[in-house]
Design a protein. Sequence first.
Length: 370
Amino acid sequence: MDGLDAGPGFDELFGVPPVVFAEAPGRINLLGEHTDYNGGLALPSPLGLWTRVELRPMPGGQVRAFSTLAGGPVEGALDEPRRRGDWLDYVLGAALVLRKAGHRVGGFAVRIASEVPPGSGLSSSASLLVALLRALRTAYGLPLSDLELAERAQQAEVEFVGAPVGLMDHLVISLGRPGEALLLDLGARRFEAVPLPPGGEMAVLDSGLRHHHADGASYAARRAECERAAALLGVPCLGVLGEGDLPRLSALPPELARRARHVITEDERVLAAVRALRAGHWSALGALLVQGHVSLRDDFAVSLPEIDLLVEMACAEADVLGARLCGGGFGGAVVVATKAGQARQVAEQVVGRYRQSTGRPGAVLWPPGG
């Protein structure tokens, strides 16, 4: 795609060829939204949109970076790092967490190209960090497992970028495989592959509204509300609760009770979605997507009117089985389950009507055209 080929090449930018190539996909999340940092369950899947990295170690502690989405080259120092508040923080953060863990990582030049739209709810940031860490692992011969790589990617995003994200995105991008979802138990750090059966397809529709976790007070506020609810209930995190605990929520302030109810019921929807996929019941999965969206909209309050409209328009299509907000919310994308062979056609029809109704630059992110 154009996002991978745009702009000058590595040699033109830095005067030398790259020595390492690495890539990482984006992801969709079938169910399990805002459950990862609550120690709950999630069911994400890798998406065939890629972030690709070309890298070459360089003398000293300077980092020079170019992005096809953001431009450059820009420079930063590993020996005297400072947060800039822009995309270079991800590049510096990836190297700095490796240094903090005792790995010898020096300066480097890097060219980044991506098909994953920032702020779309498809985890462009985790895709970037996993691709960068894969490149640095190869360039410096680091003994990093894929699991540790995911943990370092999250650490970079939380500690250096300043985004209070959970581990779900980094895990599925590092460990997931095409054609499968990954059942994640974030509390126990366990994961299990769940094949996506025939009979249905997934589409991803871009609302044209962007979110930014690094500066998004609303995302951080939801996390703080969940932590407060857990503390008032006397549990380490909301993910340890089950449906039998729902009556306990009446003791919470109403807003916190709604946040906790979303987490508890979302965990149950994840388990139901796994059962549906293993049975090949795409229609049951679609119904769960709709239930998940209602919970994100009403209990967790992270949707927006345009997102709700996009979900409503998708669900009005005869070949659509269900749809919901995908990602952290406050903008981003909608994930849609359709009957087999219908995803692209349905997605184009829905996006066309959405553009006419809202004037927003909606787009079909998946599946690709042609």
